[in-house]
Design a protein around this ligand. Structure first.
Ligand SMILES: Nc1ncnc2c1ncn2[C@@H]1O[C@H](COP(=O)(O)OP(=O)(O)OP(=O)(O)O)[C@@H](O)[C@H]1O
Ligand SMILES: [Mg+2]
Length: 228
């Protein structure tokens, strides 16, 4: 679905890899390795300094940015909701494509396990975990093919993080989505991922199956990282 050819960008040096449909990829590695930079290349929040990124065989610079961002939905660590109500947030994306139907709101909240009565709530009044659920529902409203997640649970307490993780797992399965997620939580990586890309110093030091690569790292760099 995505193919990177000789891609460099800021700290990232000459990356070459492919991601297939329905893969659940975990980007992990030390702070400053370039994980967020890499994640933001997938939806053109960042552009490569050199090299080419293909989505479904076509160079992403030749595709509509709004279509790309609809298909590749991003969720960040801090749920960056717009001021207003929950439903204002949910309908924003689909309205751009004239695809919003009023009945969708309750269904979207059901996916993230919030009651439909939350639709009219002001987002300012929600807890951190509830905001992250709304943030996920807003991304889902665009009917994405792939979720791009940058540490989506790291601002939440342990219990809430696990609940969001369960929601993520279910909605990926039920909607046949692909996932590319940055996380520092290796237990979470094992639970949600099936492939790991270990980044260090702007390069992919190891690309393997999860959880295998965590139990039997092939590179010295990953072995040392896991010991820390
Ligand atoms: N355009 C750029 N040119 C040069 N360096 C950059 C550029 N953009 C970001 N950097 C640097 O690259 C490094 C990697 O940043 P990035 O945010 O991708 O790391 P990260 O792996 O997500 O780290 P963290 O785990 O702390 O979130 C940082 O030191 C950042 O300052
Ligand atoms: Mg980061």
């Amino acid at each position: 679905m995505f193919s990177f050819e000789n891609v460099s960008c800021g700290p990232l040096k000459n990356l070459n890899f492919k991601i297939e449909r329905k893969e659940r990829v975990i980007l992990f590695g030390p702070s400053g390795a370039g994980k967020s930079t890499l994640l933001f290349l997938f939806n053109r929040l960042y552009s490569p300094d050199s090299g080419t990124i293909y989505y479904e065989g076509e160079n992403i610079v030749n595709q509509s940015v709004s279509q790309l961002r609809k298909k590749a939905g991003l969720v960040l660590q801090e749920p960056n909701l717009f001021p207003g109500t929950v439903i204002d947030n949910l309908k924003y994306g689909p309205s751009l494509f004239e695809e919003w139907e009023g009945k969708n709101g309750g269904e979207l909240l059901e996916y993230v396990q919030l009651p439909a009565s939350y639709l009219e709530r002001d987002v300012e009044q929600l807890s951190g975990g509830e905001k992250q659920r709304v943030s996920l529902a807003r991304t889902l409203a665009n009917k994405p093919e792939v979720l791009l997640l940058d540490e989506p649970t790291s601002a939440l307490d342990y219990r809430t993080a696990e609940e969001i993780e369960e929601v993520l797992d279910r909605l990926i399965k039920e909607n046949g989505l692909s996932m590319i997620m940055v996380t520092h939580n290796l237990k979470q990586a094992e639970r949600l991922g099936n492939r790991g890309l270990f980044l260090m110093d702007g390069t992919i030091k190891e690309d393997g199956r999860l959880p295998d690569m965590l139990n039997r790292p092939a590179s010295r760099e990953l072995a040392e990282f896991l010991e820390e």
